[in-house]
Design a protein around this ligand. Structure first.
Ligand code: HEC
Ligand code: HEC
Length: 489
């Protein structure tokens, strides 16, 4: 393995005694080439190779090498964490559960990611004085890569909290604990809303919903706001200066991350293919760029052909390349029936004249519509069933490790049980329960597990979810091709 221990906050740790050093270290999964070079500043060379199970991931930084002494990787104040604690270059600027487990082992659970404010399953009645205690307290972070997001229902919400059954304590009904995966802090130009529940792009939090007229100013402002919230929240620090916020924004916005080599298929831009981060950095995007419901500002018609990266591999001899091309074809063209998706079926999008039908024969791209980015090109929180624990026909994934939260609509008495109320915790709307954004689908191979709650341990688990949820009827071969394609993004 290519592990390397780096001082993420060198200036701050210089004076520490050796015995306490592990606490101040951040383990970054970095290739050895990274620290060589002329500069004394620790850095990740531009386009450095980060191996993962399926091949090699790289990040193109339009500002050059990644400076690990920059504010993104510094503990600015607070509990010793930096942005880089949870957003690591080798993990596509998210953090994989496997690497968190490695960090637990090498630091005995003392690395700054292991903090009780939001790293542990619950923040009270836990014992973190022993390794065994920390192992139990941080089990969701170690095994699923989950951070605890604690929010109270907004004032004036249409619902009340009936009960919370949380296996780790934290069953209070005034503050709900939700468990979510760090989203990648890269490929950010594609974002039509910030955070799984869009809370950094919401009037309710004093931030701005992103639309085609205010983009990219709204996105930049939301990300600046997010820097402050992350520092005061995750890092329990004081708000960074405007100059620091701006530096972090400039850094994040310069990054394009993608898988660039595949063990079987080789370079993902060979034979006229267009995989890898440099091609991605040139990809056009604007809000609504390929919107299917009539919200494309240019009125260009929707195409289900979302990805064209591997078109040239359709007829090639290499079986691995051919499999990736077939997987892309399935993503782009395989039809299935989408019904019962909250926020889509029957939903009337503002600015359109008729609601989306209750049932649609469509493709993956109906929700993952951004060309070669794969996220939703407009803000549209959806309930595809990832937080549905009580119906295996909707969601076959194991959610037994998550809480059960039951909410009652005050006006009608109707109740819903979910593992995470999602968007509803921001808007207070009953209809928004368990709705989440459609995320960017790049760098997937480096950042398992998947979905907001880490319920899919592998990309095959994610594909199996869709096969059950939408009765697609994929063969074993088709699943394997789709996984090969997703691994190459
Ligand atoms: C303790 C871990 C942790 C730390 C530290 C952390 N983040 Fe995050 N980050 C997360 C999680 C978890 C989410 C998703 C939360 C959600 O959506 O509810 C997230 C989401 C994000 C997103 C949203 C991306 C998207 O697609 O919407 C950005 C950008 C981001 N973080 C940047 C930062 C920056 C900048 C810092 C430092 C100031 C930082 N993070 C510190 C865990 C962390
Ligand atoms: C009806 C809308 C919809 C359709 C159709 C859809 N997705 Fe998704 N997808 C989403 C949403 C929303 C999420 C995030 C859900 C969550 O975590 O709660 C998501 C998440 C994902 C993720 C996880 C990404 C991550 O960062 O964790 C993958 C992989 C994925 N989708 C692949 C696919 C594939 C492949 C298909 C077609 C077989 C597909 N999706 C069809 C809406 C959709």
């Amino acid at each position: 393995m290519w592990f390397l221990v780096l001082f993420s906050n060198m200036s701050k740790t210089r004076g520490l005694k050796l015995s306490v050093l592990p606490i101040a270290l951040t383990v970054l999964a970095l290739p050895l080439a990274v620290v060589r070079g002329d500069s004394k500043k620790p850095k990740v060379e531009n386009l450095a190779a980060f191996p993962n199970a399926s091949g090699v991931l790289r990040t193109f930084n339009r500002n050059g090498d990644i400076d690990l002494s920059g504010p993104f990787f510094q503990s600015l104040s607070g509990n010793g964490r930096s942005c880089g604690t949870c957003h690591q270059p080798g993990d596509a600027m998210s953090v994989s559960a496997a690497h968190i487990q490695d960090r637990f082992q090498s630091s005995q659970g003392l690395d700054p990611i292991f903090r009780t404010n939001d790293g542990s399953n619950c923040d009270h009645s836990i014992d973190t004085t022993t390794v065994a205690g920390r192992s139990a307290a941080y089990s969701l972070l170690r095994t699923r890569g989950l951070i605890r997001i604690a929010l109270s229902p907004p004032a004036g919400a249409e619902f009340e909290v009936v009960s919370v059954v949380n296996p780790y304590g934290c069953s209070e009904t005034t503050t709900l604990s939700m468990y979510r995966r760090p989203l990648p802090s890269t490929n950010l130009k594609f974002l039509s809303t910030v955070m799984w529940d869009g809370r950094e792009s919401s009037a309710q939090t004093g931030t701005t919903p992103i639309n085609s007229t205010n983009y990219p100013l709204s996105l930049n402002a939301n990300l600046m706001h997010q820097v402050v919230d992350a520092t005061t929240g995750h890092a329990q620090g004081v708000p960074p200066t405007v100059a620091q916020q701006q530096a972090i924004l400039d850094f994040e916005m310069g990054l394009s991350t993608a898988q660039s080599e595949d063990h079987g298929a080789g370079d993902l831009d060979a034979q006229d293919a267009a995989g890898g981060p440099t091609n991605l950095s040139k990809q056009e995007f604007f809000i609504g760029i390929n919107d299917p419901v009539g919200l494309n500002p240019t009125n260009r018609p929707f195409t289900s052909v979302i990805f064209n990266l591997f078109d040239s591999w359709k007829q090639v001899g290499n079986p691995h390349r051919a499999a990736i091309a077939r997987g892309q074809e399935i993503f782009n063209t395989r039809t299935f029936t989408v019904s019962g998706v909250g926020g889509l079926n029957g939903n009337m999008f503002p600015g359109t004249t008729s609601p989306v039908p209750d049932s649609l024969v469509t493709t993956c791209g109906i929700c993952h519509d951004s060309p070669n980015g794969g996220n939703h090109s407009i803000s549209a929180p959806l309930n595809i069933g990832i937080a549905t624990a009580n119906d295996a026909t909707v969601n076959p994934l194991d959610l037994s490790y998550l809480p059960r939260i039951t909410l009652r609509k005050i006006s009608t008495g109707e109740t819903v049980t979910t593992t995470d109320p999602g968007r509803a915790m921001i808007t207070g709307k009953f209809a928004d329960i368990a709705r989440f954004k459609g995320p960017v689908l790049r760098g997937l191979a480096a950042r398992a597990p998947y979905f907001h709650n880490g319920a899919a341990q592998t990309l095959l688990d994610a594909v199996n979810f869709y096969d059950v949820r939408f009765h697609i009827g994929l063969s074993a071969q088709e699943k394997s091709d789709l996984v090969a394609f997703l691994n190459s993004l």
